[in-house]
Structures are given as C-alpha cells and as structure tokens.
Design a protein around this ligand. Structure first.
Ligand code: GRF
Length: 205
C-alpha cells in the first residue's frame, strides 16, 4: 500500500498539530511537513523538536502568489491530506480546486473547530460560547471550503458545561476533545478506514 503523506498547516501554539504528530509517531509514521504563515508560531518549534520538516510561508504579497508557493510544497512532497490546525488564513476556491485536481476531485483538506458548527464559526469561538453561558458545546471536524468554518461536517463531539466551571477548565476540556477527535480521524485515515485518493501529479496548476 502506498504510504500516506500528511501535511499540517498551523499559525499558532500547535497543540493539535503536536497531537497529530504524536499519533503518527505512535503509528510508526511521520507527518511529512508542518507549514506556518507566522514566523514566531510555536508550532514550528514543536515540529522541529520531532524532526518533522517545517516551512514558513509568510504572506508577503498577494494571496495567489502565497498559495502558489504552498502548492509547490504540496507537489514536492506529494501530499495526500492536509490538516488545518489553527491555521488563521482562509483558503481560496482556486487553491481548493488545484488541490482537488491532485486527488481526483476528492476533498482532502480538513479543519478542527472548537464549537458545534454552524454555531460560533470564526475566531474566539470558545470565549463567545462561554460568555453566552451555553449548557452544551463541542468540537467539529469538517472539510474545508472557501468560507470561514463552513465546509461539510464530518464528525462532531459534544460536552456539557457545568454552571460552576471556570473558563480555563472548559478550554482545557475542549482542547482535549479536539486532540482526541482529530487524532481518531487521522488514525482512521492511516488505517485506510477512510479512503484516500492518493496524490497524482497534474500538468498545470
Ligand atoms: C484550536 O482550538 C482549533 O480548533 C482552532 O484553533 C485552535 C488552535 O489551537 N482552529 P492549537 O494551536 O492547536 O493549540
């Protein structure tokens, strides 16, 4: 069986990225590369510590040029699946199409979000849900489209909130839930329980 090539895109701390790298390691595999658009992103250090390739692709010009640079990396490493893990940049329809072409039109870019989408899309989802005193929250794993956390939902897991719970505890529980859901999904992919259309070169971008 062809080995699976996973890339992670992240802009920040990288706790999800770390959980994914650890899971790959536990499965006797390695993440192909971690890409960040932020020079000071902690995730880069975490990846380096694990001996995973890292790339910094800062957005110094227009979106098209930025995404073309990323596409070249995906081609060079023949990436099958992209896991967004706190990647603070919207992805264009052109980029999604270009990546889709390499996987025979199957969408293989996923994201994890700390809310029960479609509730609380975008940034500060945890803070907003907590301020609203929701009695239930959860995390969502979804395919990526060009919108902000709007792609088709693949998996969702709920938790109840306790009225006396501190925000820090809620945040910690939600992060743990994210890590467990994202790594479970990764494992299913690696074990072939979720079919992969392997990377196939295309002549034009
Ligand atoms: C996570 O809450 C993830 O759901 C969201 O961004 C956050 C990234 O956290 N998309 P980390 O960098 O993985 O710790």
């Amino acid at each position: 069986m062809k080995s699976l090539r996973i890339a992670i895109f992240a802009s920040g701390t990288g706790s999800n990225a770390e959980a994914l790298m650890n899971k790959m390691k536990a499965l006797g595999k390695k993440v192909e590369f971690v890409l960040s658009d932020k020079r000071d992103a902690l995730v880069l250090e975490k990846a380096m510590r694990q001996g995973v390739n890292t790339y910094l692709v800062e957005k110094t010009s227009d979106r098209f040029t930025h995404e073309q640079e990323i596409l070249k990396l995906l081609d060079r490493h023949q990436i099958d699946w992209i896991f967004l893990a706190g990647y603070m940049r919207l992805i264009s329809a052109d980029f999604l199409q270009a990546v889709g072409k390499r996987h025979q039109r199957k969408s293989q870019i996923v994201n994890i979000h700390p809310s029960l989408l479609p509730l609380y899309p975008g940034s500060k989802a945890l803070e907003r849900a907590f301020a609203d005193q929701v009695v239930e929250s959860g995390v969502t794993l979804h395919l990526v489209d060009e919108g902000m956390d709007t792609g088709p939902i693949l998996m969702q897991e709920k938790i109840s909130l306790e009225s006396y719970e501190a925000f820090s505890d809620f945040k910690m529980r939600m992060h743990e839930l994210e890590h467990s859901l994202y790594t479970r999904f990764l494992e299913q992919i690696v074990l072939g329980q979720i079919p992969t259309n392997h990377f196939k070169e295309v002549s034009e971008c």
